[in-house]
Write a protein that binds this ligand. Structure first.
Ligand code: GDP
Ligand code: MG
Length: 437
């Protein structure tokens, strides 16, 4: 499965001293294959590994962490991003708000309908109505009634009516008359995709115009879950996915594949048969679960924080002694890049947000600079003053830039260095003097 495959791919890095173009490429080839086999689409898998590669190569400086561990952390974070990054809330605005359940038989629709009603009642002050739309099995109506009673939620059912569209419409009337502000319509499933079932749920959708259609799927069904999700989405264009039965050993690779294939947010997970076994879907936690390496992830996070603090202190000392060099410059650039997208960063500055909204800020702005610094020898990076004409020409060639660009960077670097020194040593007065001049 996906988890085991990913775990194995990290082993390539075991015993390696650091992350290099070569060992990272090998690891990621494996990661990509594992993703493809888990039905993540080709383009997504490719972009995923490309992002991971960039991040991995940009973070070599962390000596306290083994390459294997660092890679796990980066892959973890990217998995979370791939699954949507943040939790997506269910839309329960409007009165009544209408939620329609869809999914195969046995996926957990009826159970989840009750869980959701209970959650929205107790946590968000809703007054829900459960609607028994599975008219084919008498036991199904009974099941919903029993659940409704247990959680103290009314259930609307019509034992003699075999038309779920009519029942749904009648239930809306009932809800209005009885002050219900939320309707959850449970529907019939089939063991497999079936034309009649699809037509039926499509008709219910048309008749009641739900603001939220949830597709419920059993996480243990693996590969089939993805295909089912795809077919339901094509017919219903649902709004969110509910992944049930995550209380078993399933690592949750289905979450990744479904998200990748249908591109709809997973909104909830079911983790047991009781009605409190419901959770809002958190991409971070699912990434932990897929990798099963939560300890390593937090270990790396801690080391990174510690590193950032030490690094800041070290830099301050170097600046004060006028020893700030190109190695420091490069690590500064990487720190900035690590914080995320440049445009996002800039827009967080008060007053700047609006102005740059339509501006095209290039996240690759640092690429040329990085290339130039990387083409310097260690000696040159540590002692920029030795950068004479022939060295500059060689660097330009090696970095695929030109001498003007190299000169410009060195000049900028000199100015930055002067400025930094003034800021730390001379205090604000000295700095202002320098600016005026
Ligand atoms: P439906 O046919 O889609 O309505 O599915 P049901 O709600 O009747 O659920 C089918 C079976 O799965 C029942 O035995 C439920 O108790 C069980 N079930 C539903 N959700 C979960 C879950 O999150 N975890 C576990 N372990 N069982 C679940
Ligand atoms: Mg059911």
């Amino acid at each position: 499965n996906l988890s085991d495959r990913l775990e194995r791919s990290f082993k390539i890095l075991k015993g390696e001293g650091k992350i290099t173009e070569i060992n990272v490429a090998e690891t990621l080839k494996d990661v990509r294959r594992a993703l493809l086999d888990a039905d993540v689409n080709y383009k997504t898998a490719k972009e995923f590994t490309e992002t991971v590669k960039q991040k991995a190569l940009g973070q070599n400086v962390l000596t306290a962490i083994k390459p294997e561990q660092l890679m796990i952390k980066i892959v973890h974070d990217e998995l979370a991003t791939l699954m949507g990054g943040a939790a997506v809330d269910i839309n329960i605005k409007g009165s009544p708000a209408i939620i329609l359940m869809s999914g195969l038989q046995g996926s957990g629709k009826t159970t989840f309908s009750a869980k959701l009603a209970n959650m929205l009642k107790s946590k968000r002050g809703k007054n829900p109505l459960l609607v028994a739309g599975d008219v084919y099995r008498p036991a199904a109506i009974e099941q919903l009634k029993v659940l409704g009673e247990q959680i103290g939620v009314s259930v609307y059912a019509e034992e003699d009516n075999k038309n779920p569209v009519k029942i749904a419409q009648n239930a809306m009337q009932y809800a209005k008359q009885h002050g219900k502000d939320l309707i959850i319509i449970d529907t019939a499933g089939r063991l497999a995709i079936d034309e009649q079932m699809m037509n039926e749920i499509e008709s219910i959708k048309k008749a009641v115009n739900p603001q939220e259609i949830l597709f419920v799927v059993d996480a243990m069904t693996g590969q089939d879950a993805v295909n089912t999700a795809k077919e339901f989405n094509e017919r219903l264009d649902f709004d969110g996915v509910v992944l049930t039965k995550l209380d078993g050993d399933t690592r949750g690779g289905a979450a990744l594949s479904i998200r990748s294939v249908v591109n709809k947010p997973i909104k909830f997970i079911g983790t047991g048969e009781k009605f409190d076994a419901i959770d809002v879907f958190h991409p971070e936690r699912m990434a932990d679960r897929i990798l099963g390496m939560g300890d390593i992830v937090s270990l790396v996070e801690k080391a990174q924080e510690q590193y950032d603090e030490e690094e800041a202190r070290r830099l301050q000392k170097k600046i004060a002694k006028n020893q700030f060099d190109f190695n420091d410059f490069l690590s500064q650039i990487r720190q900035i890049k690590k914080m995320g997208n440049l445009k996002d960063l800039a827009s967080m500055i008060p007053g700047v947000g609006k102005q740059i909204k339509d501006l095209d800020i290039d996240d690759n702005a640092f690429k040329g600079i990085e290339a130039i610094i990387q083409s310097m020898t260690p000696d040159e990076r540590a002692h920029p003053e030795i950068l004479n004409g022939s060295r500059r020409a060689r660097i330009a060639k090696g970095s695929g830039t030109n001498v003007q660009e190299v000169n410009k960077l060195i000049k900028q670097f000199d100015e930055t260095r002067k400025m930094m020194r003034l800021m730390t040593q001379g205090g604000p007065k000295a700095m202002m003097k320098n600016v005026r001049r």
